[in-house]
Design a protein around this ligand. Structure first.
Ligand code: ADP
Length: 348
């Protein structure tokens, strides 16, 4: 998968380069910087001395020495001063300049920590959004595997509207399911009581009424001709996918990039008519092809899956598809925060 958010210790990442959230001196410090210097050994400090420091937003490269990574890219993030002092632009520059250096040194994989979110005080949610913006723009033009490594358990900022909306949607669906099963139980109880004696239990009716009036999920967008797909019963997942790519007027590369799926993984799917994808991969293509909910269900069915409200992953995807938000990186950010598998993951 070209872009992945992971919870890990960056030192353990088996990548060509890890990025260090350094300070201007490049001579080591606290946080991730200190840990990288400790693990890489004194040769790293020697190499850093020769670099003559680094300005905010810029990046410099050294070897990785005793680290598993071949290179360390040192970048200096902005100190958070409330957000009105150009911090965001500087943070974007850190990611862009680090990625440019990685490309220059032919790195195929790079891992970033959440730059500036420790001692420099940048709010984690905003820093993550900036990182995602810079990395996803880069990946549209370049082939590389980029990891954003989040350290420890972060509590996400529910004040962000997107997270709040998704949480409300999940709550609504759970409420709907709950009322639905409550109403079913009531109906069963009612028919039993009707047989024995005519009951007038208002609560039972109340349950029915509440069910009907329960806060429903937003209405689905107009469903186009997805029944046409159903007719193609002998088509497998791979064939259906290729047909849909043609129908939507996309090239293969456009499609797999928008799905956060790498070229190798895509060619495996392409060349194997019996390919069995993971559910997250099916969703990744549904998002990349901007399918409606009906079409998504149909594509899932081709791979042997069903959309279910028993799964948070499914509910979150339903939320994005109903709202016609097909930004895979934003979806993955939300999935990460809700502890769900990311789209494009499950690459086999
Ligand atoms: P800055 O000075 O840029 O804020 P810090 O090193 O203080 O840099 O923190 C940057 C981020 O790196 C923080 O979110 C911190 O939790 C994280 N971090 C610290 N140690 C590690 C590690 N070993 N692996 C990944 N991330 C780490």
């Amino acid at each position: 998968m070209p872009f992945e958010i992971v919870r890990n210790d960056i030192m353990k990442m088996k990548v060509d380069a890890i990025v260090n959230a350094a300070n201007h001196t490049l001579l080591g410090g606290g946080g991730v910087d200190g840990a990288i210097h400790k693990a890489a050994g004194p040769e790293l400090l020697e190499a850093c001395r020769a670099l003559g420091g680094c300005r905010t937003g810029e990046a410099k490269i050294t070897k990785g020495y005793r680290l598993p990574a071949r290179y360390v890219i040192h970048t200096v993030g902005p100190v958070w001063r409330g957000g009105k002092s150009g911090e965001r632009e500087q943070l974007l520059a850190c990611y862009r300049n680090s990625l440019a250096l990685a490309l220059e040194h032919h790195c195929e994989s790079v891992a970033f920590p959440l730059i500036s979110t420790g001692a420099y005080g940048y709010p984690k949610e905003e820093a993550m959004a900036a990182a995602i913006e810079a990395v996803s723009a880069f990946l549209l033009e370049n082939d590389m595997t980029v990891y954003l490594v989040v350290f420890g358990r972060s509590v996400f900022d529910i004040s962000r509207k997107l997270f709040r909306d998704v949480q409300e949607y999940i709550d609504d669906v759970y409420a709907e399911e709950h009322y639905s099963s409550q109403a079913m139980r009531s109906r069963r109880a009612l028919s039993f009581e009707e047989e024995s004696f005519p009951a007038e239990d208002e609560n039972l009716y109340a349950a029915e009424i509440r069910y009907d009036a329960a806060p429903m999920a937003p209405k689905a967008a107009a469903e186009p001709d997805w029944q046409a797909m159903v007719r193609q019963t002998d088509e497998g997942f791979s064939q259906t996918l290729l047909r849909l790519i043609d129908e939507k007027g996309l090239t293969d590369a456009q499609c797999y990039k928008r799905a956060n799926v790498d070229r190798k993984h895509f060619s495996k799917i392409r060349s194997n008519p019996a390919y069995q994808p993971s559910k997250a991969t099916v969703f990744a293509f549904a998002v990349s092809l901007e399918l409606t909910l009906g079409e998504t269900k149909e594509l899932l069915r081709k791979a042997g899956f069903a959309l279910t409200h028993a799964s948070k992953l499914d509910i979150i995807l339903e939320y994005f598809i109903r709202n016609r938000n097909y930004n895979i990186y934003e979806i993955n950010e939300v999935l990460f925060q809700f502890d769900q598998p990311l789209l494009g993951a499950g690459a086999k």
